[in-house]
Write a protein that binds this ligand. Structure first.
Ligand code: CP
Length: 347
């Protein structure tokens, strides 16, 4: 059973957008925080066609033929790297992956020098993942092509938030153009270190959701209320009324010191079991961006639940969203009518 559909805003679906490049007047995608609500919806709507294409046996659309996309990943990834690679290839681009572990970064090359090197190779788009918040913005300021943030430190992971919103929209049976007005979403886990939480809070609140966040006090950012969320430290209380429950992993690699008493204690207080899921709204849906720590923040019975878990559906939408982002952000380079080069701060 699915949660009841939230009420739709009066102008959805069949939404209309500003013409041409005014629909998305940004060169880069560095964060959801840079986007207006209609720009988020524009990317979601553009992704719908790619969800359809990706379900065909022939998955090629050669719109980006002749373009070069570089995926520069300075931090580990499975889903984001592979889906950006698949997205670029399905759109017909030449896609090159740069793994920091086997690059000259290991010989001491600076981030700026690496960025200038990629720029000199005349990439048409660069996708960056980096452990430092703000690294993607720094690179975007140094290169001549669109830059897409594939996750920077604790800052943002915009394409994850977009794929999550699209997954929710589909799970609720909402058509193209729909927002998520009135949907109650609870995000639980290591909110402090999570770029996924930050991007999702920005995206889901922009789309009209009522967002609650839940974490132990040590893993909750100070003054997160200013982002328009309700704050909980008691998971059972945070689940009450939730129609979507988004679980996050403990990011041990970003923790220096003792943030939780023990994984076992954490699971007891903040792990999502089937028993605990029953405290949410009947039929509540479960999400997780991955990678999961089964048996800590989420039990396998929940993660693998055929009706309730959206986790593999999130991965599927990830390819479509990344196709949409690459296609939209390269329209100026491809000189599509109405997509003239940007001036001013967006250039
Ligand atoms: N969700 C996510 O970013 O996963 P990866 O780290 O595997 O890319």
């Amino acid at each position: 059973m699915q949660p009841s559909s939230p009420s739709l805003s009066p102008d959805s679906p069949a939404r209309s957008y500003p013409a041409g490049g005014l629909a998305f007047p940004h060169r880069d995608l560095t964060g959801i925080g840079q986007l207006a609500r209609h720009e988020i919806l524009y990317l979601l709507d553009e992704a719908e066609q790619w969800v359809e294409l990706n379900r065909q046996s022939q998955k090629r659309a050669d719109l980006l033929s002749g373009l070069t996309i570089i995926n520069a990943f300075f931090e580990n990834s499975t889903r984001t790297l592979l889906s950006f690679e698949i997205a670029g290839k399905r759109l017909g681009a030449d896609v090159v992956n740069m793994h920091a572990a086997t690059s000259s970064v290991k010989k001491g090359e600076t981030l700026i020098d690496t960025a200038m090197t990629l720029n000199a190779m005349r990439a048409d788009a660069i996708v960056i993942r980096h452990a430092s918040s703000g690294a993607v913005r720094l690179i975007a300021e140094k290169v001549d092509c669109p830059v897409l943030n594939a996750g920077d430190g604790q800052h943002e992971h915009p394409t994850q938030a977009l794929l999550d919103a699209l997954t929710i929209r589909h799970a609720l049976g909402l058509p193209k153009g729909s927002d998520l007005n009135g949907l109650r979403v609870t995000i639980c886990g290591d909110i402090l270190h999570s770029r996924v939480a930050r991007s999702n809070i920005l995206s889901l609140t922009a789309l009209g959701c009522e967002v609650s966040v839940c974490a132990p006090p040590a893993l909750m950012p100070a003054e997160i209320e200013v982002m328009g969320v309700k704050v909980f430290h008691d998971f059972d209380a945070a689940l009450k009324g939730a129609q979507v429950v988004m679980m996050l992993r403990l990011q041990m690699e970003r923790m220096q010191g003792q943030f939780i008493p023990s994984p076992r204690e954490y699971r007891h207080l903040y792990g999502l079991s089937l028993e605990r899921l029953a405290k949410a709204e009947a039929g509540a849906l479960v999400m997780h961006p991955g990678p999961m720590n089964r048996g800590i923040e989420i039990d396998s019975q929940v993660a693998d639940h055929v009706e309730r878990s959206l986790i593999t559906r999130q991965v599927e939408r990830g390819v479509a969203i990344r196709m949409a982002c690459l296609e939209v952000l390269t329209r100026r380079a491809r000189q599509l009518p109405g997509w003239e080069p940007l001036g001013g701060e967006n250039a």
